[in-house]
Design a protein around this ligand. Structure first.
Ligand code: ADP
Ligand code: MG
Length: 572
């Protein structure tokens, strides 16, 4: 798929195949917002044909950085499509409507982070073991297929009605291992992810680290270093010793499990597969652990929502009074009004800390935001006030909704009981209360509302993070620029050197030629001289020989003549 394909374009058949062609508005009804990230919102919904309950993550690709958002959607859908495991969220299909992708999944009651949010206290060790075990089974499955989740935290571990534990949120996942991008949520990030730059690489073991941090989160309500700002935490994780469980009331096997997950050097850290055999997970525990925990949480949510409902009603009643016969603000009302402000049900400027996940490749808009309250969490007050003896009405559980086109309370036959409370300043302000007994959840209405508000207000941390991401991107760009410049300089140098060497070689050759020629000339000259000498010598020898021969001949001639004379005398 070309990476520059236009947002929403289905020209590429591979991309077109990812989306169902039907109109999702006609297929799904009763949408209720249940979660909110920076990508958009997650809804509870009902399939109109099968009547089955589903979750829909609506991801918009309009506005700023549409192409990046579109690429992120394609990535997440492609990833979800591949998953087939009891411990990973089940994907049902994806639809397109008005620059928004509707990603349909199985419905879960909420996340492990919601459990902490509702109970305001750590989970029990068996509960932590059960949740961690489920998440690890999902991770081992991903890792065996060379995939990395990269954003493991309580907020992304989802729970179903029958008590299954499922990994969710594959918006940061990597389809290949090893990988090297700076992706995840700061406090849960493995040191090697923080340190990984271009050549740095990591694998599935980063999820094992994040699972270790998640275990601490479940045991202490917050991940380690959560009181620091994200930048300092990143520095701390990379530079310092691994965190440990704070309290010593935990069992040795739990401590050892956390220590194994949090081995700083990846080679010393067990793989997800090996970790599955750890005694902390294999220890016997009741099979109903998660189911009991869910039941307990649902009850608490119902009570908290009722309390919220009553407060809201009261405040609206006060408004009626204020606009009618005149203000009548006693201490109690004042306190409750403050409570409402704090709990984020009405326009509160105060919000709990949100921790965005990060992806270098993605736009900051599309990075997800998980809501995790900080230590001074406002809704701490919810429990406190209940303990003060507030009466709750269990049968009148409600959730506050903002009106949307799907969310029209006037023509919703699915609502068995509803109540519309209208502020006296009619037309200016409305609050919608709905009975939600028909839909199970472990998220309180105030949490959902707070997330929406946080998203609308925009988080300073998200800004900080996207600033940091920008900075890292810039640094990487500068680094690459410098590298390229250096490489170019080196190439130039090399070329120059080669040229010089060649020139020298050429110079050397001509010099050698000259010497050779000179040498040849000398040799020739010497040879010539030697030849002349030789010739002279030969001539000299020849002269000698000639002389010797002549004298020999003269001698013989003389002897011959003497003999002739002798013979002549004899004859006479
Ligand atoms: P983000 O990238 O913003 O973190 P998530 O996919 O994690 O997006 O979804 C945000 C929140 O929506 C989750 O923390 C969870 O509360 C809720 N959510 C997500 N998927 C589901 C689901 N399948 N069923 C129920 N709730 C879900
Ligand atoms: Mg998430």
């Amino acid at each position: 798929m070309p990476s520059n394909a236009r947002a929403g374009s289905l020209k590429d058949p591979d991309v077109a195949d990812l989306f169902c062609k039907d109109d999702p508005e006609k297929l799904f009804a009763d949408l209720r917002e249940i979660g909110h990230g920076s990508f958009g919102a997650v809804y509870f919904a009902r399939d109109v044909h099968s009547n089955e309950v589903v979750a829909i993550k609506k991801m918009s690709f309009s506005g700023k950085q549409t192409n990046e958002k579109w690429q992120d959607i394609i990535k997440e859908v492609k990833f979800l499509q591949k998953l087939r495991h009891p411990n990973t969220i089940e994907y049902r299909g994806c639809y397109l409507r008005e620059h928004t992708a509707w990603l349909v999944m199985e419905y879960c009651l909420g996340s492990a982070s919601d459990l902490l949010e509702v109970h305001k206290k750590p989970l029990q060790e068996v509960e932590i073991a059960a949740i961690t075990h489920g998440a690890l089974l999902g991770l081992a499955y991903l890792h065996s297929h060379n995939m990395i989740h990269r954003d493991v935290k309580a907020g992304n571990i989802l729970l179903t009605e029958p008590g299954q534990v499922k990994l969710g949120d594959f918006g940061s996942a990597s389809i290949v291992a090893p990988a090297n991008s700076f992706v995840g949520t700061p406090y849960w990030m493995a040191p090697e992810v923080i340190l990984a730059m271009d050549e740095g690489q990591y694998d599935g073991k980063v999820d094992v680290w994040s699972l270790g941090i998640t275990s601490i989160e479940l045991a202490e309500r917050k991940p380690p270093l959560f009181n620091m700002n994200a930048m300092s935490a990143l520095y701390h994780i990379a530079q310092n010793e691994s965190p440990v469980l704070q309290s010593n009331h935990w069992s040795d096997s739990f401590r050892n499990f956390v220590d194994s997950c949090l081995q700083k050097i990846p080679q010393d850290r067990p793989t997800s597969d090996v970790l599955l055999n750890h005694r902390f997970l294999s220890r016997e525990r009741p099979i109903t652990v998660v189911m009991d925990l869910i039941a307990r949480t649902k009850d608490a949510v119902r009570e908290l929502d009722n309390l919220q409902y009553r407060k809201m009603k009261k405040i609206l009643f006060q408004e009626t009074q204020a606009n009618g016969p005149g203000p009548e603000g006693g201490d109690e009302e004042e306190e409750e009004a403050q409570y409402l402000m704090r709990s984020g049900t009405v326009n509160s400027m105060e919000s709990s800390q949100s921790v965005p996940s990060m992806s270098i490749s993605a736009s900051s808009q599309s990075s997800s935001v998980n809501s995790l309250a900080d230590a001074s969490d406002d809704s701490e007050g919810e429990m406190a006030m209940m303990q003060e003896g507030e009466h709750t009405v269990a049968s009148n559980s409600s959730i506050i909704h903002r009106p949307t086109n799907q969310d029209n309370i006037y023509d919703d036959p699915y609502q068995p009981e509803m109540e519309q409370v209208q502020a006296p300043s009619a037309g200016r302000r409305r609050a919608y209360y709905r009975n939600r007994d028909h839909f199970a959840t472990i998220r309180t209405a105030s949490l959902v509302t707070r997330q929406i508000q946080e998203h609308e207000q925009g988080s300073a941390l998200r800004e900080q993070m996207s600033g940091y991401k920008r900075m890292r991107r810039q640094h990487q760009k500068q680094l690459m620029g410098l590298e390229n410049k250096l490489k170019a300089e080196m190439d130039e140098h090399q070329l120059k050197l080669d040229k010089e060497l060649e020139a020298q070689r050429n110079g050397f050759t001509s010099e050698a030629d000259k010497i050779l020629k000179k040498h040849q000339a000398i040799v020739e000259k010497e040879t010539k001289a030697a030849l002349t000498e030789e010739k002279k010598f030969q001539q000299h020898i020849l002269g000698q020989q000639k002389k010797e021969l002549t004298s020999l001949l003269e001698n013989q001639k003389r002897q011959y003549r003497a003999r002739k004379d002798q013979l002549k005398e004899h004859l006479l």
